[in-house]
Design a protein around this ligand. Structure first.
Ligand SMILES: Cc1cc2nc3c(=O)[nH]c(=O)nc-3n(C[C@H](O)[C@H](O)[C@H](O)COP(=O)(O)OP(=O)(O)OC[C@H]3O[C@@H](n4cnc5c(N)ncnc54)[C@H](O)[C@@H]3O)c2cc1C
Length: 427
């Protein structure tokens, strides 16, 4: 049986790797290199992941086990965070509580236990930090309660948690993690948001020490045929005497028994434009945010004082409740592998409202990320019911309900592989 997989992000690559255990797989990607790595940049002999993707041992349970199974090396993220306001002045820094000794990450409590990490603390400032701490405590207290029918906005309102502490020190992290606006965040299920926060707080977080380019190559080694630089134009389902699915590419028409669409949701209706037996409307319910990612050495996008630099630095516009003008900068040298290799500071800024100075720019890329909404969450159920219909399968971070992170991508790949009778080796 021949299987065609379109799209080589983590979902396409992992479903191709899994199915290759038993079937002849062809992986087709429109970019010049594999999806996990096509934005990565080479600096002084090593590759920097763009965007830098981190994962936890608890939220990304399968991803963590998969990478461990593949023998990948990890390095731990400390995830210290600084919150900066006007003129890049940091008002608070959250640090992991003994990350190497206890597997508990308590960013909120460290502020209480480590007062030296607060600067210029006024009483109002201390109150906000106490409010943020109360938010995390409430979240942990809600363990075991079924909050799936409640929206996150209702949860905040019922427990009177939508105070300034939440706005300043909790919401920015959630908006970044879920890749959504305040308004959307509050419409999400409280159960889902709180599960994510709890896992975030108690997890260990990692990145791949050798980056995703090497991982993509490792996965690609097992796949029979890989075609890059090949944008699929359309898919034609079997009709009459034609028994195979035709995948129309600029150079030729490929024929497969089954096809997995591991492309962004919004690409699906375009590829299936001539096939009315699929509910195109379902895929249009997913919207995407185009993120601008800069890799640079401009200290002007970091907290003003070096002692306030954290691994993740949030820059918040206090005057407007406007997440568009908020941005974050990751300090790459705070990871041991970067520190060992780079003797000058290197940062990765996500959607900065000011551009780094040209002479400090190493690379600039655009990366799409699916945004979750209540409508798109409902669509995931209906898409599941369509899986395998006419031998077509849908794979990607948007297919599984959750945070549109790499774990959801892998879960969707595992679902398809299991439907083909493949045993998941890390389970
Ligand atoms: C800025 C940013 C930061 C992120 N940080 C994290 C993080 O820290 N941790 C985490 O877990 N997740 C993170 N994510 C999310 C994570 O990157 C995504 O969940 C994941 O990459 C999605 O993978 P996918 O395979 O589902 O889809 P994609 O990676 O979107 O793959 C789709 C592939 O299909 C290809 N394609 C599309 N159309 C065609 C066509 N017609 N023909 C051939 N090929 C086609 C595309 O080129 C692409 O390679 C981040 C995302 C962004 C944007």
């Amino acid at each position: 049986m021949q299987i065609g997989i379109i799209g080589s992000g983590i979902s396409g690559l992992s479903v191709a790797w899994l199915l290759s255990q038993r079937y002849e797989v062809t992986l087709i990607e429109k970019s010049a290199s594999l999806g996990m790595s096509h934005l990565n940049s080479d600096f002084e002999g090593f590759s920097i992941d763009v965007p830098l993707r981190i994962f936890s041992n608890l939220y990304h349970e399968n991803l963590f086990k998969f990478y461990s199974y593949l023998g990948e090396e990890f390095e731990q993220a400390t995830l210290s965070a600084s919150f900066c306001f006007k003129d890049r002045i940091a008002k608070a820094q959250f640090k992991a509580f003994m990350p190497d000794l206890v597997p508990v990450y308590l960013p909120s409590l460290t502020n209480l236990s480590n007062l030296s990490s607060l600067w210029g603390v006024s009483w109002q400032g201390a109150v906000k930090i106490a409010q943020a701490t109360r938010f995390y405590a409430e979240t942990l207290r809600a363990i075991g309660q079924n909050l799936d029918t409640l929206s996150f906005g209702q949860f905040l309102q019922e427990r009177r948690l939508k105070d300034e502490g939440y706005q300043q020190y909790v919401a920015p992290f959630l908006l970044l993690a879920f890749s959504c606006t305040h308004e959307l965040l509050e419409t999400l299920s409280a159960g889902m948001v709180l599960r994510f926060i709890r896992l975030f707080v108690v997890s260990r977080w990692y990145r791949l020490r050798n980056g995703s380019t090497q991982l993509a190559e490792k996965l690609a080694n097992k796949i029979a045929v890989i075609k890059t630089n090949c944008a699929v134009e359309s898919i034609v389902l079997p009709k009459g005497k034609v028994k195979k699915i035709q995948v129309v590419c600029p150079d030729k028409v490929h024929k497969f028994d089954h096809v997995v669409l591991a492309v962004e949701a919004k690409q699906v209706p375009l590829l299936l434009q001539n096939e009315s037996c699929f509910k195109h409307e379902l895929f249009k319910r997913f919207s995407y945010k185009l993120n601008t990612v800069w890799v640079h050495s401009d200290k002007g996008l970091m907290p003003k004082q070096k002692r306030h630099w954290s691994q993740v630095n949030y820059f918040l516009n206090q005057s407007k409740d406007d997440e568009i003008s908020n941005y974050s900068t990751v300090w790459l040298n705070s990871f041991p592998s970067f520190k060992a290799r780079l003797d000058y500071p290197v940062f990765q800024s996500f959607n900065p409202s000011i551009e780094p100075k040209e002479e400090y720019v190493l690379t600039k890329s655009k990366a799409l990320r699916a945004i979750m909404t209540p409508e798109s969450l409902k669509a995931t159920q209906e898409i599941k019911a369509m899986q395998g219909h006419k031998n077509l399968w849908f794979c990607g971070s948007y297919v599984e309900p959750g945070g549109t992170l790499q774990e959801e991508s892998l879960l969707s790949a595992m679902y398809i592989a299991k439907e083909f009778g493949i045993e998941i080796p890390w389970l």
